[in-house]
Design a binder for this molecule. Structure first.
Ligand code: COA
Length: 179
């Protein structure tokens, strides 16, 4: 179901039913989302991105947030429950997509929000011409790896000691033409 929103909320909001029936909408991120995004980032990663890194991706079609009504009296108020940052990398006429960051609020994991965000990000990248999409993931990050495998991502190679704590990264790729 697609909703046309009016007022201060950003346009082109897609509503997606996930989890236990709460209404979570996916839309492009705006400046007002960034503090909530940063809080989730810091709760999710030992080496979180700084605020300025998210600011750089504002306006990118692949910077998406999952939001729900905050439950406050202010009917316009939304809470960010997750986000994904994806962009398109030009590559001699064969652009590929890159999932650069994805996280869901620790209290809202396991409800389908991550799956919904990743699906939307891949759709955005495909629409913009990406033939394949790649990402890096910690070798020990089983929840994320399972999520990526659901979308057809496959192991490409290992980046030894990619992270500051010495852990390896796995590069995973999916060919969008196959999906
Ligand atoms: C990875 C992450 C984004 C998944 O988000 P989520 O909303 O919890 O995931 P979903 O509820 O949409 O689950 C979708 C699929 O992901 C996999 N998955 C999610 N959580 C999992 C877990 N704890 N263990 C194993 N698989 C898991 C499963 O395949 C799941 O499908 P299923 O429910 O049918 O089994 C979330 O765990 C997170 O924010 N982690 C911290 C940040 C992070 O590691 N990001 C990835 C960086 S590369």
């Amino acid at each position: 179901m697609t909703l046309i929103r009016v007022g201060r909320k950003p346009p082109a909001v897609t509503t997606t039913g996930v989890g236990d029936g709460d209404e979570v909408r996916i839309r492009q991120a705006v400046q007002a989302d960034l503090l909530a995004v940063l809080r989730i980032e810091r709760a999710s990663f030992p080496q979180p991105w700084p605020f300025s890194a998210f600011e750089r991706y504002l306006g990118e079609p692949g910077f998406l947030v999952a939001v729900e009504d905050s439950g406050r009296d202010d009917s316009d108020a939304e809470s960010v429950v997750g986000y994904v940052v994806a962009d398109l990398v030009p590559n001699h006429g064969r652009a590929f997509g890159h999932i650069k960051d994805i996280a869901v609020h620790p209290d809202r994991r396991g409800e389908g929000v991550g799956r919904t965000l990743l699906g939307r990000a891949l759709a955005v990248l495909g629409t913009r011409g990406a033939r394949s999409v790649k990402l890096e993931v910690r070798a020990s990050n089983d929840p994320a790896i399972s999520l990526y495998e659901e979308f057809g991502f496959e192991f490409l190679r290992t980046l030894p000691r990619y992270y500051d704590d010495g852990e390896d990264a796995l590069i995973l790729v999916v060919d969008l033409n196959d999906s």
